[in-house]
Design a protein around this ligand. Structure first.
Ligand SMILES: CC(C)(COP(=O)(O)OP(=O)(O)OC[C@H]1O[C@@H](n2cnc3c(N)ncnc32)[C@H](O)[C@@H]1OP(=O)(O)O)[C@@H](O)C(=O)NCCC(=O)NCCS
Length: 184
């Protein structure tokens, strides 16, 4: 969003975030492997920054739709985190995050983690705010947007099915998980 409040659609490349951090002993468990929570924090931070870059607003994480740990990360590895907006709804955005690790000694980068985060843009009063459109510019951008829309459809279907058999996670009132609000 510009200073005068006008909304322009950005491309996924415009919102891309890439950062790197060396993993330290304090990031690890007793086996010298990096805690999943450390990687999740980096994923969340990258997604929040990419979403904020796209809409010029603070964005919060509403949900994580698919987080896969494909390979362990070692202390001393350099963690490279990339995030891009894949698709936008009315007030929400799906951000795709890819995490790679490389040894400080060199060698090939390993793809260690992938995740898709649903972020919601907030106005100054903390209420969901409309996000600018996304302008995909490459075939890969269009494929990612299509996949994001499939995930959205699958979430809706999953919640519909689960509502037929309410249970919910540990504790709670046993009435099932909170439904995702109506989709646009
Ligand atoms: C995210 C939050 C702002 C949504 O508020 P809400 O009152 O449910 O807002 P709405 O019903 O208007 O939904 C807003 C958008 O979020 C989406 N959304 C809300 N919950 C969602 C969920 N669980 N999964 C996917 N999308 C979700 C809606 O589909 C809607 O998208 P759209 O406008 O693009 O169609 C609110 O739940 C919140 O503040 N949660 C805590 C966020 C937080 O603190 N995150 C940090 C991690 S603890």
């Amino acid at each position: 969003m510009t200073d005068d409040g006008e909304q322009h659609g950005g491309t996924p490349r415009d919102s891309e975030v890439v950062f790197a951090r060396t993993m330290e002993i304090t990031d690890s468990n007793a086996l010298g492997k990096v805690h999943g929570g450390v990687v999740m924090r980096a994923v969340d931070s990258a997604a929040g920054t990419a979403a904020a870059r796209h809409c010029g607003r603070v964005c919060v994480t509403a949900a994580i739709d698919g987080l896969s740990f494909l390979e362990p990360v070692d202390v001393g590895d350099i963690l490279v985190v990339k995030a891009r907006v894949n698709d936008v709804g009315r007030t929400s955005l799906e951000v795709g995050v890819r995490v790679e690790a490389e040894s400080w000694r060199g060698g090939a980068r390993r793809h260690t983690t992938s995740a898709y985060l649903l972020m919601v843009a907030l106005d100054d009063d903390g209420r969901p705010a409309a996000v600018p459109p996304l302008r995909p510019e490459t075939d890969a951008d269009r494929r990612r947007r299509e996949h994001a829309r499939i995930r959205r459809e699958l979430r809706t279907e999953r919640l519909r099915r689960l509502k037929e058999h309410p249970a919910g996670p540990v504790g709670g009132d046993g009435q099932g998980e909170r439904s995702e609000p109506a989709q646009t």
